[in-house]
Ligand binder design. Structure first.
Ligand code: AMP
Ligand code: ZN
Length: 757
């Protein structure tokens, strides 16, 4: 592996040119080594001190020219010469073999019995390269790794298989208050333990790592002075010879480091432990590959450049997280028994080929409602193309219709509407009452109330009149002719969003800017929805599908149009008075949330949320960190996780209708079904592919469709959301509603409600 990227430097020390020195010169050329020749010990030492060759071959045959052993000793005296391989060329013994001991004592690594045959010289070089020289390279790489360990700010401890401390780095000693070398050779048991850990924590850790599994979690370590220090700890068993655990490596990061305010630092802290370690690993590996170029060995610039670019290419290919995972599994396979290795083969197959987050539906096995919902909601045009042209029959005005043009003042909110909104902070709030009371303008009125409750105008430094105009123009761009995707749905999603934002866990996780972004995203998330699905638009070759390349067509349009409408006219530009950077952050968060409502990514968002947030929180609880606020906070507030929380929040708000009180749930189910029916009608009329054949108004069982929708999309997502922020009332409604649909289905009823008795 090294020979491919390495141009070895060889120094030949021969007082006189002869067939032997020529043999090595030729061999160096053939092996593509850089070869220098020195004729005297002085020039040899000078040249060596400058270039620190990988290999030195000294003529030991003629003591009258120079003392080869003395020269070797002098070379060994040059600092960092220990990684150079030095060879003595000796005379062919005429009688008895002499001991090599004097040569070894002088610092030679190897004896070469004179043989000027070119191939013999070449073979010797090859053997050296793959033996001694390679070993020296590895040692040098080891040095680089130790340098990295010594420089690391994380406290690192390496123990043997029987948990005797073999190494601790300086950061470990200084954090724990021990003197240099004080811990080496001690058994872990001898080191005092903190009483702050749960009594069985050590046992849990030990039983985990003894099985060869990595343990990661929060642990209190005891400093030498008796203080406890809370650390994020990751202990990795190192499997060695014979597939047995040979060492344990423990990497410890004091938790209060998280308090550093420096942004970059926060980001690093927020990375998952695994990422931190693997990027460190990468640096170490790079160090080993680049070790030659970093030891500044003079003029060999081209070889250095070649080195570092090779290192870059190498690290690029293994940097992708999935590649890292595949490499880890490959390595584990080597020491695994056959059944495990075979199972891992199947794992690799999946990892290499499939969409990781999308469940694969066996089309035969699922019921038609699920198939159609999944087909209709989770595929886009890239998988369902058709050449049919479809142009929207009406173009939408994107401005406030005249009957809405006069701005509302607080006094303009009629008492009946104000009264309807009094219970707006309750989950059971009836949005359809508000829809009726506002004559289908619930978004403007509810928006005014909720935005004011959250202090959005104060945050954006915008006059309330601007907010009112903005809400009016956004609402005007929802299609009141859609039975489901109209401004009442937007108001409903805004209501759920506001409700979720008041939950303690959510508040702990999000900043004020996230809250503002979430409220705005909910308000605009379906603006100008045509009442047709993405698949339909793609099949119909609609303008929007063309514009957005059949990819997240509607969600892209909602987000883009929202910003166009908002910034086109100062009168409704709620972002007018915020700073550029703030605007960029807010805009990014809003776009991310609106795009997250796209159903093709449903499982990706839910799974990422569970894996990055729910599981780590649960692990913390299990490890006794229940009241460990620092660790909880670091999970909740990392920038990456805040994004996942926001996506989950808007997704849950968007499809929360199955968790509403039964009457509301039934109304929403009727509305979405009607919108799907209208789409099927139109597909048939236009000769387009029918995306969801079960949603045919003549044959559809609404209860079945709702059961499928809940089973497939809702249950797991709300289980996760409930586990995160605790929504017993929503889960109760969901249960209740599911039973309702089941009841109708068992009675073979297809409609929304049972017929009157
Ligand atoms: P959005 O278009 O942003 O509202 O995304 C949510 C998706 O879930 C939409 O495509 C809806 O059609 C679908 N959806 C929401 N509620 C239901 C429901 N009760 N039954 C079936 N599909 C639903
Ligand atoms: Zn929606």
């Amino acid at each position: 592996m090294y020979s491919a990227v390495t141009l070895h430097k060889v120094l030949l020390v021969f007082a006189k040119e002869d067939s032997q020195s020529n043999g090595f010169c030729w061999a160096c050329e053939k092996a593509n080594y850089r070869c220098s020749m020195a004729r005297t010990p002085e020039s040899a030492l000078e040249c060596f001190a400058e270039k620190l060759h990988d290999l030195v071959i000294i003529d030991h045959r003629h003591s009258r020219h120079f003392d080869a052993e003395a020269l070797c000793r002098s070379m060994r005296a040059v600092s960092s010469s220990e990684n150079t391989v030095i060879v003595a060329v000796v005379k062919r013994p005429d009688r008895e073999e002499a001991s090599v001991m004097p040569l070894i004592n002088a610092g030679f690594n190897r004896r070469y019995v004179e043989n000027a045959n070119m191939m013999a010289c070449y073979n010797e070089l090859l053997q050296l390269e793959h033996g001694e020289v390679l070993a020296q390279f590895k040692l040098r790489a080891g040095n680089a790794i130790f340098t990295a360990l010594e420089q690391s700010q994380e406290a690192i401890e390496i123990t043997s298989e029987d948990q005797v401390i073999q190494y601790v780095n300086p950061a470990y000693e200084s954090i724990m208050g021990y003197q240099q070398g004080e811990l080496i050779g001690k058994e872990i048991i001898e080191v005092p333990k903190s009483e702050k850990n749960k009594p069985d924590l050590l046992e849990t850790i030990n039983s985990c790592i003894r099985k060869g599994k990595e343990w990661q979690g929060v642990y209190y370590a005891k400093k030498k002075n008796g203080d406890s220090i809370q650390q994020n700890v990751k202990i990795t068993p190192v499997i060695g010879q014979g597939g047995k655990i040979r060492h344990y490596v423990s990497i410890n990061r004091p938790l209060n480091d998280n308090n550093k305010s420096d942004k970059a630092n926060e980001r690093v802290q927020a990375e998952s432990q695994t990422d931190i370690q693997s990027s460190k690993h990468k640096d170490r590996r790079k160090g080993s590959l680049d070790v030659r170029s970093t030891t500044s060995r003079g003029s060999d610039g081209s070889s250095q450049r070649r080195h570092s670019s090779m290192a870059r290419i190498h690290s690029m290919t293994i940097e992708a997280p999935i590649t890292k995972v595949i490499n880890i599994i490959n390595a584990a396979q080597e020491s695994s028994p056959m059944p495990v290795a075979e199972a891992l083969d199947r794992v690799l197959e999946i990892l290499r080929t499939t969409e990781l987050y999308s469940p694969q539906l066996g089309t035969k096995d699922e019921d038609p409602h699920t198939n159609d919902l999944v087909g209709g909601l989770m595929t886009d045009g890239l998988r369902r193309l058709s050449g049919n042209e479809y142009i929207f029959s009406t173009k939408h005005p994107h401005h406030i219709p005249s009957h809405l043009a006069t701005p509302l003042s607080p006094n303009d909110i009629p008492p009946r509407i104000a009264q309807t909104m009094e219970t707006e902070d309750s989950w059971d709030f009836d949005i359809f009452n508000l829809e009726a009371a506002t004559m289908k303008r619930p978004l403007t009125f509810l928006g005014l109330k909720i935005f004011s409750r959250f202090g959005v105008c104060e945050y954006l430094n915008c006059p309330e009149a601007t907010l009112r105009s903005w809400l009016q123009v956004i609402e005007a761009n929802y299609h009141s002719s859609n039975s489901y995707h109209n401004s009442s749905h937007a108001a409903d999603v805004l209501h759920a969003t506001a409700y979720f934002l008041c939950k303690e866990r959510v508040k702990q996780s999000l900043d004020p800017i996230d809250e503002v972004a979430a409220l705005i995203a909910a308000t605009v998330h379906d603006v100008d929805h045509p009442g047709r699905t993405n698949s339909f638009l793609c099949n119909a070759g609609s303008e929007l599908a063309i514009l957005y390349n059949d990819t997240a067509v509607l969600e892209s349009h909602h987000a883009a149009l929202a910003f166009q409408i908002t910034t086109r006219d100062d009168k409704c530009n709620i972002f007018k008075n915020i700073e550029r950077n703030e605007y960029r952050t807010l805009r990014q968060a809003i776009i991310d949330m609106v795009l997250a409502t796209e159903m093709t990514k449903h499982f990706e968002h839910v799974n990422k949320f569970v894996n990055s947030i729910n599981k780590p929180l649960a692990a913390l609880e299990e490890n006794g960190g229940n009241n460990d606020e620092e660790s909880v906070k670091s999970i909740l507030t990392s920038p990456e996780n805040r994004i996942l929380v926001k996506r989950m929040l808007i997704k849950c708000a968007d499809i929360s209708n199955p968790c509403r009180p039964l009457e509301l749930c039934i109304e929403w189910a009727g509305r979405i079904s009607e919108e799907y029916f209208a789409q099927t009608d139109e597909e048939k009329r236009q000769g387009l592919p029918v995306v969801m054949p079960v949603f045919d108004r003549n044959t559809c069982s609404i209860p079945k469709s709702q059961i499928s929708f809940i089973d497939y999309f809702i249950t797991d997502m709300f289980d996760a959301w409930d586990a995160f922020a605790d929504f017993p009332n929503l889960m109760q409604h969901l249960d209740n509603n599911f039973k309702y649909w089941k009841g109708l289905d068992e009675r073979k009823l297809h409609s929304l409600r049972p017929p009157p008795e």
